[in-house]
Design a protein around this ligand. Structure first.
Ligand code: GLA
Length: 384
Protein backbone atom coordinates (compact mmCIF):
# COMPACT_ATOMS: atom_id res chain seq x y z
CA UNK A 1 0.00 0.00 0.00
CA UNK A 2 1.25 3.48 -0.78
CA UNK A 3 -0.32 5.02 2.30
CA UNK A 4 0.93 4.23 5.79
CA UNK A 5 -1.45 1.52 6.98
CA UNK A 6 -0.31 1.60 10.61
CA UNK A 7 -0.77 5.39 10.75
CA UNK A 8 -4.24 5.07 9.19
CA UNK A 9 -5.32 2.43 11.73
CA UNK A 10 -3.87 4.53 14.52
CA UNK A 11 -5.76 7.64 13.39
CA UNK A 12 -8.94 5.58 13.16
CA UNK A 13 -8.54 4.40 16.73
CA UNK A 14 -7.87 7.92 17.99
CA UNK A 15 -10.83 9.37 16.07
CA UNK A 16 -13.42 6.76 16.99
CA UNK A 17 -12.06 5.31 20.23
CA UNK A 18 -12.07 1.75 18.88
CA UNK A 19 -10.18 -0.30 16.32
CA UNK A 20 -11.10 -0.51 12.63
CA UNK A 21 -12.39 -3.82 11.23
CA UNK A 22 -11.20 -3.52 7.67
CA UNK A 23 -9.20 -1.51 5.18
CA UNK A 24 -10.25 -0.97 1.55
CA UNK A 25 -7.67 0.56 -0.76
CA UNK A 26 -8.03 1.63 -4.41
CA UNK A 27 -5.58 3.26 -6.83
CA UNK A 28 -5.75 6.36 -9.00
CA UNK A 29 -5.15 5.94 -12.72
CA UNK A 30 -3.45 7.51 -15.64
CA UNK A 31 -4.91 7.08 -19.10
CA UNK A 32 -2.30 6.28 -21.75
CA UNK A 33 -4.69 6.90 -24.61
CA UNK A 34 -8.42 6.81 -25.40
CA UNK A 35 -9.60 10.15 -24.03
CA UNK A 36 -13.30 10.98 -24.00
CA UNK A 37 -14.01 7.68 -25.72
CA UNK A 38 -15.43 5.82 -22.71
CA UNK A 39 -18.83 7.53 -22.66
CA UNK A 40 -18.98 7.09 -26.43
CA UNK A 41 -18.90 3.32 -25.77
CA UNK A 42 -15.40 3.06 -27.25
CA UNK A 43 -12.06 1.79 -25.96
CA UNK A 44 -9.58 3.19 -23.45
CA UNK A 45 -6.06 2.19 -22.40
CA UNK A 46 -5.42 3.30 -18.80
CA UNK A 47 -3.29 1.86 -16.02
CA UNK A 48 -3.82 1.93 -12.28
CA UNK A 49 -0.94 3.79 -10.62
CA UNK A 50 0.97 3.26 -7.41
CA UNK A 51 -0.88 6.09 -5.64
CA UNK A 52 -3.95 5.10 -3.63
CA UNK A 53 -6.81 6.09 -1.37
CA UNK A 54 -7.29 3.89 1.70
CA UNK A 55 -10.44 3.71 3.83
CA UNK A 56 -10.42 2.17 7.32
CA UNK A 57 -13.87 1.26 8.59
CA UNK A 58 -15.89 -0.43 11.31
CA UNK A 59 -19.60 -1.09 11.44
CA UNK A 60 -21.69 0.92 13.90
CA UNK A 61 -25.33 1.39 14.77
CA UNK A 62 -27.16 4.34 13.26
CA UNK A 63 -25.28 7.00 11.36
CA UNK A 64 -22.40 7.04 8.94
CA UNK A 65 -19.56 8.96 10.53
CA UNK A 66 -16.80 9.86 8.06
CA UNK A 67 -13.47 11.51 8.66
CA UNK A 68 -11.19 12.89 5.91
CA UNK A 69 -7.85 12.58 7.67
CA UNK A 70 -5.81 14.61 5.20
CA UNK A 71 -7.89 17.76 5.73
CA UNK A 72 -9.14 17.01 9.25
CA UNK A 73 -12.83 17.34 8.31
CA UNK A 74 -15.80 15.21 9.34
CA UNK A 75 -19.29 14.36 8.20
CA UNK A 76 -22.20 12.58 9.85
CA UNK A 77 -25.47 11.48 8.29
CA UNK A 78 -28.04 8.65 8.44
CA UNK A 79 -27.56 5.98 5.73
CA UNK A 80 -31.11 6.32 4.40
CA UNK A 81 -32.54 9.43 2.78
CA UNK A 82 -29.11 10.90 2.02
CA UNK A 83 -29.09 14.51 0.82
CA UNK A 84 -26.17 16.35 -0.80
CA UNK A 85 -23.85 18.09 1.67
CA UNK A 86 -23.94 21.88 1.59
CA UNK A 87 -20.62 23.02 0.14
CA UNK A 88 -20.03 19.74 -1.72
CA UNK A 89 -16.43 18.51 -1.79
CA UNK A 90 -15.35 15.08 -0.51
CA UNK A 91 -18.52 14.70 1.58
CA UNK A 92 -20.58 14.15 -1.54
CA UNK A 93 -18.39 11.24 -2.61
CA UNK A 94 -19.18 9.48 0.67
CA UNK A 95 -22.84 10.44 0.56
CA UNK A 96 -23.04 9.61 -3.14
CA UNK A 97 -21.79 6.06 -2.59
CA UNK A 98 -24.29 5.53 0.23
CA UNK A 99 -27.03 6.96 -1.99
CA UNK A 100 -26.07 4.70 -4.92
CA UNK A 101 -26.04 1.61 -2.68
CA UNK A 102 -29.51 2.54 -1.43
CA UNK A 103 -30.76 3.13 -4.99
CA UNK A 104 -29.52 -0.35 -5.91
CA UNK A 105 -31.72 -1.75 -3.14
CA UNK A 106 -29.02 -2.51 -0.56
CA UNK A 107 -29.73 -1.99 3.12
CA UNK A 108 -26.78 -0.44 4.87
CA UNK A 109 -25.63 -0.48 8.43
CA UNK A 110 -24.00 2.60 9.93
CA UNK A 111 -20.25 2.92 9.53
CA UNK A 112 -17.34 4.70 11.14
CA UNK A 113 -14.80 5.44 8.44
CA UNK A 114 -11.59 7.38 8.04
CA UNK A 115 -9.63 7.81 4.83
CA UNK A 116 -6.32 9.09 3.58
CA UNK A 117 -4.49 8.97 0.27
CA UNK A 118 -1.67 10.08 -1.98
CA UNK A 119 -3.50 10.47 -5.30
CA UNK A 120 -3.18 14.18 -6.18
CA UNK A 121 -6.72 15.62 -6.00
CA UNK A 122 -8.33 17.41 -8.93
CA UNK A 123 -5.40 16.59 -11.21
CA UNK A 124 -7.14 14.19 -13.59
CA UNK A 125 -5.71 11.11 -11.88
CA UNK A 126 -9.09 9.95 -10.57
CA UNK A 127 -8.70 10.45 -6.87
CA UNK A 128 -12.49 10.67 -6.63
CA UNK A 129 -13.05 7.33 -8.38
CA UNK A 130 -10.42 5.73 -6.13
CA UNK A 131 -12.22 7.08 -3.07
CA UNK A 132 -15.66 6.03 -4.31
CA UNK A 133 -14.50 2.52 -5.18
CA UNK A 134 -12.75 2.07 -1.83
CA UNK A 135 -15.82 3.40 -0.01
CA UNK A 136 -18.23 1.16 -1.91
CA UNK A 137 -16.02 -1.84 -1.08
CA UNK A 138 -15.85 -0.83 2.60
CA UNK A 139 -19.64 -0.47 2.85
CA UNK A 140 -20.18 -3.73 0.98
CA UNK A 141 -17.80 -5.63 3.27
CA UNK A 142 -19.13 -4.09 6.50
CA UNK A 143 -22.78 -4.66 5.57
CA UNK A 144 -22.18 -8.14 4.05
CA UNK A 145 -23.59 -7.15 0.66
CA UNK A 146 -23.24 -9.48 -2.27
CA UNK A 147 -21.77 -7.23 -4.93
CA UNK A 148 -19.32 -8.45 -7.53
CA UNK A 149 -16.39 -6.29 -8.56
CA UNK A 150 -17.92 -5.07 -11.77
CA UNK A 151 -21.12 -4.05 -9.96
CA UNK A 152 -18.97 -2.20 -7.49
CA UNK A 153 -17.35 -0.16 -10.28
CA UNK A 154 -20.76 0.60 -11.82
CA UNK A 155 -22.09 1.64 -8.46
CA UNK A 156 -19.21 4.05 -7.91
CA UNK A 157 -19.93 5.53 -11.35
CA UNK A 158 -23.62 5.84 -10.46
CA UNK A 159 -22.64 7.84 -7.36
CA UNK A 160 -20.72 10.25 -9.58
CA UNK A 161 -23.44 10.49 -12.28
CA UNK A 162 -26.57 10.55 -10.11
CA UNK A 163 -25.39 12.30 -6.97
CA UNK A 164 -22.19 14.28 -7.53
CA UNK A 165 -23.49 15.39 -10.94
CA UNK A 166 -20.54 14.55 -13.22
CA UNK A 167 -21.70 12.47 -16.19
CA UNK A 168 -18.42 10.53 -16.31
CA UNK A 169 -17.87 7.28 -18.16
CA UNK A 170 -16.74 3.99 -16.62
CA UNK A 171 -12.96 4.08 -17.27
CA UNK A 172 -11.80 5.41 -13.90
CA UNK A 173 -13.89 3.11 -11.73
CA UNK A 174 -13.09 -0.03 -13.73
CA UNK A 175 -9.39 0.80 -13.58
CA UNK A 176 -9.53 1.42 -9.82
CA UNK A 177 -11.13 -2.01 -9.37
CA UNK A 178 -9.31 -4.13 -11.96
CA UNK A 179 -5.85 -2.53 -12.24
CA UNK A 180 -3.03 -5.06 -12.66
CA UNK A 181 0.56 -4.67 -11.67
CA UNK A 182 2.79 -4.23 -14.73
CA UNK A 183 -0.18 -3.94 -17.12
CA UNK A 184 -2.27 -1.36 -18.91
CA UNK A 185 -5.94 -2.29 -19.35
CA UNK A 186 -7.52 -2.30 -22.77
CA UNK A 187 -11.16 -1.71 -21.83
CA UNK A 188 -14.10 -2.02 -24.15
CA UNK A 189 -16.48 0.46 -22.57
CA UNK A 190 -19.51 -1.10 -24.27
CA UNK A 191 -19.09 -4.74 -23.24
CA UNK A 192 -16.94 -3.79 -20.21
CA UNK A 193 -14.48 -6.49 -21.22
CA UNK A 194 -10.95 -5.90 -20.07
CA UNK A 195 -7.77 -7.17 -21.68
CA UNK A 196 -4.64 -6.56 -19.58
CA UNK A 197 -1.66 -5.71 -21.82
CA UNK A 198 1.84 -6.16 -20.37
CA UNK A 199 3.64 -2.84 -20.08
CA UNK A 200 7.12 -4.00 -20.81
CA UNK A 201 8.42 -0.46 -20.51
CA UNK A 202 10.76 -1.10 -17.61
CA UNK A 203 12.66 -3.75 -19.52
CA UNK A 204 12.91 -1.44 -22.50
CA UNK A 205 14.35 1.49 -20.57
CA UNK A 206 11.33 3.79 -20.80
CA UNK A 207 9.21 5.28 -18.05
CA UNK A 208 5.74 6.71 -17.66
CA UNK A 209 5.99 10.20 -16.24
CA UNK A 210 3.06 12.31 -15.13
CA UNK A 211 3.40 16.06 -14.88
CA UNK A 212 0.80 17.96 -12.90
CA UNK A 213 0.35 21.41 -14.46
CA UNK A 214 -1.07 22.72 -11.15
CA UNK A 215 -3.94 24.24 -13.14
CA UNK A 216 -7.38 23.49 -11.71
CA UNK A 217 -10.47 24.67 -13.51
CA UNK A 218 -13.52 25.17 -11.34
CA UNK A 219 -15.87 24.91 -14.34
CA UNK A 220 -14.35 21.61 -15.42
CA UNK A 221 -17.40 19.55 -14.41
CA UNK A 222 -19.88 21.58 -16.43
CA UNK A 223 -17.52 21.73 -19.44
CA UNK A 224 -17.14 17.93 -19.22
CA UNK A 225 -20.91 17.44 -19.18
CA UNK A 226 -21.16 19.79 -22.18
CA UNK A 227 -18.70 17.68 -24.18
CA UNK A 228 -20.72 14.64 -23.35
CA UNK A 229 -23.89 16.32 -24.63
CA UNK A 230 -22.11 17.37 -27.82
CA UNK A 231 -21.02 13.78 -28.47
CA UNK A 232 -24.57 12.54 -27.92
CA UNK A 233 -25.81 15.22 -30.33
CA UNK A 234 -23.30 14.09 -32.97
CA UNK A 235 -24.27 10.42 -32.59
CA UNK A 236 -27.98 11.26 -32.83
CA UNK A 237 -27.48 13.42 -35.94
CA UNK A 238 -25.55 10.56 -37.56
CA UNK A 239 -28.21 8.01 -36.60
CA UNK A 240 -25.72 6.01 -34.51
CA UNK A 241 -26.25 4.51 -31.07
CA UNK A 242 -22.88 5.92 -30.03
CA UNK A 243 -19.86 7.50 -31.76
CA UNK A 244 -18.05 4.21 -31.32
CA UNK A 245 -20.09 2.94 -34.27
CA UNK A 246 -19.05 5.79 -36.57
CA UNK A 247 -15.91 5.35 -38.70
CA UNK A 248 -13.69 8.29 -39.74
CA UNK A 249 -14.84 7.77 -43.36
CA UNK A 250 -18.55 7.73 -42.61
CA UNK A 251 -18.12 10.85 -40.48
CA UNK A 252 -16.42 12.65 -43.41
CA UNK A 253 -19.23 11.68 -45.75
CA UNK A 254 -21.77 13.26 -43.38
CA UNK A 255 -19.73 16.31 -42.46
CA UNK A 256 -22.24 18.79 -43.89
CA UNK A 257 -25.04 17.44 -41.71
CA UNK A 258 -23.27 18.57 -38.55
CA UNK A 259 -22.55 22.00 -37.07
CA UNK A 260 -18.80 22.62 -37.30
CA UNK A 261 -18.06 22.34 -33.56
CA UNK A 262 -20.06 19.14 -33.23
CA UNK A 263 -18.27 17.67 -36.25
CA UNK A 264 -14.89 18.38 -34.65
CA UNK A 265 -15.92 16.79 -31.35
CA UNK A 266 -17.00 13.70 -33.26
CA UNK A 267 -13.80 13.72 -35.33
CA UNK A 268 -11.73 13.60 -32.15
CA UNK A 269 -13.69 10.62 -30.83
CA UNK A 270 -13.68 8.51 -34.00
CA UNK A 271 -9.97 9.11 -34.63
CA UNK A 272 -9.09 8.57 -30.99
CA UNK A 273 -10.90 5.24 -31.12
CA UNK A 274 -8.67 4.25 -34.05
CA UNK A 275 -5.61 5.46 -32.13
CA UNK A 276 -6.45 3.23 -29.16
CA UNK A 277 -6.47 0.18 -31.41
CA UNK A 278 -3.16 1.27 -32.94
CA UNK A 279 -1.66 1.93 -29.50
CA UNK A 280 -2.70 -1.50 -28.23
CA UNK A 281 -0.98 -2.98 -31.30
CA UNK A 282 2.15 -0.93 -30.69
CA UNK A 283 2.26 -2.05 -27.07
CA UNK A 284 1.87 -5.71 -28.06
CA UNK A 285 4.77 -5.34 -30.50
CA UNK A 286 6.84 -3.36 -27.98
CA UNK A 287 7.03 -0.48 -30.48
CA UNK A 288 7.38 2.46 -28.11
CA UNK A 289 8.18 4.97 -30.87
CA UNK A 290 4.83 4.24 -32.52
CA UNK A 291 3.06 4.46 -29.17
CA UNK A 292 4.73 7.82 -28.49
CA UNK A 293 3.63 9.26 -31.84
CA UNK A 294 0.05 8.28 -31.07
CA UNK A 295 0.25 10.17 -27.77
CA UNK A 296 1.29 13.35 -29.61
CA UNK A 297 -1.52 12.91 -32.14
CA UNK A 298 -4.02 12.41 -29.35
CA UNK A 299 -2.89 15.64 -27.74
CA UNK A 300 -3.29 17.64 -30.95
CA UNK A 301 -6.77 16.27 -31.36
CA UNK A 302 -7.75 17.06 -27.75
CA UNK A 303 -6.36 20.56 -28.24
CA UNK A 304 -7.78 21.43 -31.66
CA UNK A 305 -10.87 19.27 -32.15
CA UNK A 306 -12.15 18.42 -28.69
CA UNK A 307 -10.90 21.68 -27.16
CA UNK A 308 -10.25 20.45 -23.64
CA UNK A 309 -6.60 21.47 -23.36
CA UNK A 310 -5.33 24.84 -22.10
CA UNK A 311 -2.21 26.93 -22.69
CA UNK A 312 -0.44 25.40 -19.69
CA UNK A 313 -0.92 21.75 -20.70
CA UNK A 314 -0.05 22.67 -24.30
CA UNK A 315 3.16 24.23 -23.00
CA UNK A 316 4.01 21.07 -21.05
CA UNK A 317 3.56 18.95 -24.17
CA UNK A 318 5.60 21.36 -26.34
CA UNK A 319 8.43 21.45 -23.82
CA UNK A 320 8.40 17.64 -23.58
CA UNK A 321 8.53 17.30 -27.39
CA UNK A 322 11.73 19.34 -27.46
CA UNK A 323 13.59 16.94 -25.15
CA UNK A 324 15.60 14.19 -26.79
CA UNK A 325 14.48 10.83 -25.45
CA UNK A 326 10.85 11.82 -24.94
CA UNK A 327 8.81 9.45 -27.10
CA UNK A 328 5.38 11.00 -26.62
CA UNK A 329 3.32 13.32 -24.45
CA UNK A 330 -0.27 14.39 -24.13
CA UNK A 331 -2.93 15.74 -21.86
CA UNK A 332 -4.45 12.91 -19.80
CA UNK A 333 -7.86 12.71 -18.11
CA UNK A 334 -10.82 14.97 -18.67
CA UNK A 335 -8.72 18.06 -19.42
CA UNK A 336 -9.20 21.76 -18.60
CA UNK A 337 -5.90 21.71 -16.71
CA UNK A 338 -4.67 18.68 -14.80
CA UNK A 339 -1.84 16.42 -15.93
CA UNK A 340 0.13 15.30 -18.94
CA UNK A 341 1.34 11.73 -19.44
CA UNK A 342 4.78 11.31 -21.00
CA UNK A 343 6.68 8.35 -22.35
CA UNK A 344 10.31 9.04 -21.53
CA UNK A 345 13.51 7.08 -22.03
CA UNK A 346 15.16 6.56 -18.65
CA UNK A 347 18.38 8.30 -19.66
CA UNK A 348 16.34 11.41 -20.49
CA UNK A 349 14.65 11.73 -17.09
CA UNK A 350 17.04 14.32 -15.71
CA UNK A 351 16.83 16.47 -18.81
CA UNK A 352 13.05 16.09 -18.61
CA UNK A 353 12.97 17.45 -15.07
CA UNK A 354 15.05 20.48 -16.10
CA UNK A 355 13.71 21.24 -19.54
CA UNK A 356 10.05 20.49 -18.88
CA UNK A 357 9.20 20.80 -15.19
CA UNK A 358 11.69 23.49 -14.15
CA UNK A 359 11.24 25.43 -17.39
CA UNK A 360 7.45 25.33 -17.00
CA UNK A 361 7.72 26.62 -13.44
CA UNK A 362 9.88 29.49 -14.57
CA UNK A 363 7.64 30.40 -17.48
CA UNK A 364 4.31 30.16 -15.66
CA UNK A 365 5.13 30.60 -11.98
CA UNK A 366 3.02 27.49 -11.33
CA UNK A 367 4.29 24.73 -9.00
CA UNK A 368 4.26 21.85 -11.52
CA UNK A 369 5.14 18.45 -10.11
CA UNK A 370 6.48 15.34 -11.76
CA UNK A 371 5.41 11.83 -10.73
CA UNK A 372 7.16 8.69 -11.92
CA UNK A 373 4.52 5.98 -11.76
CA UNK A 374 4.29 2.22 -12.10
CA UNK A 375 1.32 0.16 -13.18
CA UNK A 376 -0.21 -1.13 -9.96
CA UNK A 377 -2.91 -3.55 -8.83
CA UNK A 378 -6.54 -2.56 -8.24
CA UNK A 379 -8.91 -2.63 -5.29
CA UNK A 380 -7.87 -4.58 -2.19
CA UNK A 381 -9.95 -5.24 0.89
CA UNK A 382 -8.37 -6.76 3.98
CA UNK A 383 -9.07 -7.24 7.68
CA UNK A 384 -7.56 -4.51 9.80
C1 GLA B 1 -12.79 11.71 -16.75
C2 GLA B 1 -13.98 10.78 -16.67
C3 GLA B 1 -13.75 9.52 -17.50
C4 GLA B 1 -13.33 9.86 -18.93
C5 GLA B 1 -12.21 10.90 -18.92
C6 GLA B 1 -11.90 11.40 -20.29
O1 GLA B 1 -11.69 11.12 -16.14
O2 GLA B 1 -14.22 10.42 -15.32
O3 GLA B 1 -14.91 8.72 -17.48
O4 GLA B 1 -14.42 10.29 -19.68
O5 GLA B 1 -12.52 12.02 -18.12
O6 GLA B 1 -11.35 10.38 -21.07
Amino acid sequence: MTVDRAALLDSFRRTFGRPAQLVAEAPGRVNLIGEHTDYNEGHVLPLAIDRTVAVAAAMRRGDVHACALDCGEEDRFPPDGVAPAPGGGWRNYVRGVVWALGEAGHRLRGLDLAFTGDVPAGAGLSSSAALEVALAAAFAAASDLSLDRRELALLAQRAENGFVGVQCGIMDQLTAVFGQEGHALLIDCRSLQIEPLPLTLEGSGAAIVIVDSAVRRSLADSAYNERRRECAEAAAALGATALRDVTPDSLESRRRDLPEAIYRRARHVVREEARVAAAAGALRRGDLEALGRLLYESHESLRDDFEVSCTETDLLVDLAASVEGVLGARLTGAGFGGCTVNLVREEALEAFQRQVVDAYRERTGLPARMHLVRAAGGLRVSDA
